[in-house]
Design a protein around this ligand. Structure first.
Ligand code: HEC
Ligand code: HEC
Ligand code: HEC
Length: 314
């Protein structure tokens, strides 16, 4: 984009007319680029250092996210602001300058309001550029519009990349620390972490006993493990409070679904033959490790780990 703005007009000595032609083409191109950047919110990506930190969001944000499950006031403001911003460029594309002016004012107001909602983030906003954007639209100055929207776009993407993950970890993910799981063997509720240790322990015992040719003990561990996996199914709804209503699929079909229980059943059947196959056994255990433990960890563990780190810091 800078290139486009800085290029000097090309003129051809033999065909003076081409000056106009090139100028026309370039203005049109500039127009198209500015509009595209605006409508599709193609923000220039800021760079962060490789030791990028996921820090907790500022405390003053808590009040906007006081109602879990509801759209927060902050997010509502963002949506309003984002819509006004896109509307500027859609209007410009249709050459409706009046509408563009109106939306630039909407945008300026909502951007200004957002900048005051979280004092710790005030510096992240570029109110000067937002004012320039409005002024440039008033004077139909495409170059000015391009420059101002580039600066504004940087503020959007910088803040989003830096802070969205933190906001999601803090306000969208319930903490595993508030959850108790019923251990079917000890018949008591234990912490999520302790339950994971026990689940892991019973899975390992299945394999260790099998390797030592102690099929009877392996069978017992298999029963214990099956009970624990079934107990884990009742935990999902503590966070997944609203099930998918438009689909017959339930979250419980993943990680703790019928396929896992069937695999455990297959191991048992093979044990019952009296001569279980090592190859089949390993294949089945591998399935459980990957499709239950690993996949669920890939989805749920990073957040839990970040929340844990934040808690230790405080
Ligand atoms: C100072 C930080 C900050 C700045 C600057 C900022 N945003 Fe955001 N924005 C956020 C955070 C944080 C979220 C995530 C909120 C959430 O998911 O609850 C967000 C979310 C959004 C969303 C998504 C709303 C949804 O439906 O989930 C839109 C759209 C948005 N911002 C537009 C913009 C635009 C356009 C700009 C620039 C003109 C901008 N934001 C500037 C912090 C910022
Ligand atoms: C500590 C809270 C918590 C627990 C417990 C939990 N989840 Fe999740 N899970 C989440 C959150 C938050 C997401 C992100 C998307 C969302 O909110 O649905 C998610 C995402 C998922 C996804 C990705 C797609 C989707 O539905 O959003 C699946 C599949 C899933 N979980 C399955 C499970 C299953 C199965 C269990 C129980 C064995 C479970 N989860 C237990 C919090 C939890
Ligand atoms: C519902 C999704 C889910 C399933 C299924 C699941 N885990 Fe976990 N597991 C978690 C989450 C989330 C944590 C992090 C808990 C925390 O830090 O609060 C965790 C933590 C652990 C931990 C402690 C941390 C570590 O990595 O050392 C172990 C061990 C563990 N899981 C083993 C297993 C094993 C073995 C299985 C498969 C039999 C399994 N888990 C299945 C979600 C799951």
């Amino acid at each position: 984009m800078d290139n486009l703005l800085n290029q000097s007009n090309f003129s051809c000595p033999h065909y003076p007319n081409t000056i106009n032609f090139h100028f026309f083409r370039k203005t049109k191109l500039l127009f198209a680029v500015v509009i595209m950047l605006g409508i599709f919110l193609l923000f220039p990506l800021p760079s962060f250092s490789s030791d990028f930190l996921v820090s907790p969001p500022p405390k003053s944000m808590d009040k906007y996210y006081a109602e879990p499950g509801e759209t927060s006031e902050w997010n509502a403001q963002m949506q309003k602001m984002g819509t006004a911003y896109s509307a500027i460029f859609v209007s410009l594309e249709k050459k409706k300058w009046h509408l563009a002016e109106k939306n630039a004012q909407f945008f300026l107001d909502s951007y200004e309001k957002a900048s005051k909602m979280i004092p710790e983030w005030e510096e992240e906003f570029d109110l000067k550029a937002a004012n320039t954007l409005k002024e440039s639209i008033l004077t139909k100055d495409m170059r000015g519009i391009g420059k101002a929207s580039e600066s504004i776009g940087k503020t959007c993407s910088h803040c989003h990349l830096k802070n969205n993950n933190s906001v999601w970890v803090r306000y969208y993910w319930p903490s595993t620390e508030t959850i108790k799981v019923l251990d079917p063997l000890e018949e008591k509720e234990i912490s999520y972490e302790d339950f994971m240790e026990k689940l892991s322990d019973s899975l390992k015992r299945i394999s260790v006993n099998f390797t030592q040719n102690d099929i009877q003990q392996s069978w017992r561990s298999l029963d214990v493990f099956t009970k624990r996996i079934k107990s884990l199914r009742s935990v999902c709804s503590k966070c997944h409070v609203t099930e998918w209503t438009k689909s017959p699929v339930s979250v419980k079909d993943f990680f703790v679904g019928e396929d896992i229980l069937n695999t455990l059943q297959e191991i048992k059947k093979d044990f019952a033959t009296g001569e279980p196959s090592k190859k089949k056994f390993e294949k089945n255990i591998d399935y459980i490790n990957k499709r239950s433990c690993k996949m669920c960890h890939l989805v749920h563990q990073p957040t839990a780990a970040i929340q844990r780190a934040w808690k230790q810091k405080n």
